[in-house]
Design a protein around this ligand. Structure first.
Ligand code: NOJ
Length: 560
């Protein structure tokens, strides 16, 4: 095996190209935790702008910014009080403009988050709905309903919130009398919009135009399967224990209703009317067979494919998690997406430390991370597998450093609403501020050493400056793989994915043209498959003995 040295320079190949999103690598920035420029311990837009060269050098094509809009921050900004302004904690509209301009200068596209299922309870329209009394016209903009029971003292139906507890909260009118209930599929501070009302449609069309005018290249649509509720707000089915029953492969009654598709058909022409390829990617947790309805030339461009993230470590499970979405992508005529981590799930460097029978979505603990070393090895291998596949890939900030989930955040510092509502640990462990410099206060996150969540000591060892230029570091593996992916066009569909059959137990192999990708899911080093002994080693997830595939590791080879 010989070692390939990719050129680590040049503008993104996709920049300026038509339909750039089809094979883009998009890096998710969680603004609170990326970089803090003013020292208040909370990341901000100028902090992101300063650090954009890191992302250009990493080799990504675009960034997706989680919400930075005016918000009381009850759900990390997914509770929006003003969709067309910047929260003062994060900066100003001028800072947003500067960020977009700088990103474009560096050849990076910018995707912003849009949150159309709900607003904050501090949104002016919701405040008017409450303060204006029973006849306030703004009540029609949200989902208000009379309660059941003799005096309306019971919620209008049995729906529960994704953050635990009832999905309804009863208001008290100004004169002290109990009023109707409002729907919040998430926190009480996140009332659901009423998408039956034309004014809500107009409001969001204006929001899209607002950000498109400012140069946004696309939108990540939050709870993209949620906005339209079933007629009559029927009860959800419950099981014998009285709990809402959601059979495998189905979604709660308030998600995935056909009316949602109309919204995308309304939005698509708006995006298409702008120069450049403006796109939308949906956060839609829907059954697979429904995906073709959401994606298409008149609907959305793409949707997150969470199956790969949920797949257990192993040949059959991972292979299935690749084959299924590829087949679906063919059916919808749009490439699939790949994602291993985001701000909602346990970081994959920790997830893979659990025994393979555990998987995300089935009660993984966020408080006890079993085997950090194994987790990171497998995570790096899974990343190499993901980056070898056609379609677009979404990375989450800090995964390029191999950051683990932080398990030991003191309860009183946790901010996730699900922690506050139900006492579960919640998602803060994957949102801890990034380490940039191992020896600086707050590891370079903030000039004062402040950090809205405490960073563990291991973050110092994993800081960007400790990994940059260090052979074998996670950061260098990402840089190498991303540059190779671009150079070899692996994101494009030209070379089909062909699995290697009849391999050793635990070995997953596939080819993309002249490139061979091998993942050893077993705990033993395995010999290279026949015929690959002279292949060129392009990148490896860890140290490699010549002629072998390391245990819990992955390789990209080029056939001799
Ligand atoms: C999905 C977002 O990714 C998550 O962080 C948020 O809590 C919910 N949607 C509600 O907006």
């Amino acid at each position: 095996m010989t070692l390939h040295d990719p050129a680590l320079a040049g503008a993104p190949a996709t920049h300026g190209a038509a339909e750039w999103w089809r094979d883009a690598v998009v890096y998710q920035v969680y603004p609170r935790s990326f970089a803090d420029s003013n020292g208040d311990g909370m990341g901000d837009l100028p902090g992101i702008t300063e650090r954009l060269p890191h992302l250009r050098d990493l080799g990504v094509d675009a960034i997706w910014l989680s919400p930075f809009y005016t918000s009381p921050q009850k759900d990390g900004g997914y509770d929006v009080a003003d969709y067309t302004d910047v929260d003062p904690r994060f900066g100003s509209l001028a800072d947003a403009d500067a960020l977009i301009a700088r990103a474009h200068e560096l050849g990076l596209r910018v995707i912003v988050d849009i949150v159309p299922n709900h607003s904050s309870d501090q949104h002016e329209l919701f405040r008017r709905a409450i303060e204006g009394g029973p006849d306030a016209p703004e009540r029609d903009l949200y989902v208000f309903a009379e309660g059941r029971g003799e005096n309306g003292e019971e919620p209008p139906n049995n729906w529960t919130s994704i953050f635990h507890g009832p999905a309804w909260t009863r208001i008290t009118e100004a004169d002290g009398t109990p009023g109707p209930w409002y729907l919040h599929i998430f926190d009480t501070s996140q009332p659901d919009w009423n998408w039956e009302h034309p004014a809500v449609h107009e409001l969001f069309q204006d929001v899209l135009r607002f950000w498109l005018d400012r140069g946004a290249d696309g939108f990540r649509v939050d709870v993209a399967h949620g906005m339209v509720k079933p007629e009559g707000l029927p009860d959800a089915k419950v099981n014998a224990e009285g709990l809402i029953d959601i059979p495998e492969g189905e979604v709660p009654v308030y998600f995935d209703n056909d009316g949602v598709l109309e919204i995308y058909r309304e939005w698509r022409p708006i995006l298409d009317s702008y120069e450049g390829d403006r796109m939308m990617v949906l956060e839609a947790w829907i059954p697979e067979h429904r995906l073709p309805l959401y994606i298409g030339p008149e609907e959305a461009h793409q949707s997150f494919n969470f199956g790969f993230l949920q797949a257990r470590w192993g040949v059959e499970t991972m292979r299935a998690a690749i084959e299924k979405p590829l087949a679906l992508a063919d059916a919808v005529g749009a490439p699939t997406t790949w994602v291993l981590s985001n701000h909602d799930v346990i970081r994959h460097a920790s997830r893979y430390g659990f025994p393979p029978e555990h998987r995300f979505g089935e009660g993984l603990s966020r408080e006890e991370i079993p085997d950090a070393e194994l987790g990171l090895m497998r995570a790096r291998a899974a990343t190499l597998l993901m980056l070898s596949l056609p379609g677009s890939a979404y990375l989450y900030q800090g995964e390029e450093l191999g950051l683990p989930e932080v398990a030991d955040i003191p309860d009183e510092l946790r901010e996730d609403p699900s922690h506050k509502r139900a006492g579960v640990p919640g998602r803060d462990g994957c949102r801890v501020p990034l380490p940039w410099e191992g020896d600086a206060p707050a590891f370079g996150f903030s000039p004062t050493g402040e950090s809205w969540l405490p960073q563990p000591a291991v973050f110092g060892e994993l800081a960007v400056d400790r990994q940059l230029g260090v052979e074998g570091s996670t950061l260098e593996m990402y840089r190498r793989a991303l540059h190779l992916r671009r150079e070899l066009g692996l994101g494009r569909p030209d070379a089909p994915v062909e699995f290697l059959e009849g391999q050793a137990d635990g070995l997953l192999g596939l080819t993309r043209g002249e490139v061979v990708i091998l993942v050893n899911t077993s705990e033993q080093t395995l010999p290279l498959p026949e015929g690959l002994e002279d292949a060129e080693l392009l990148v490896a997830s860890g140290p490699v003995e010549p002629g072998t595939v390391p245990a819990d590791g992955a390789l990209w080879l080029r056939r001799a």
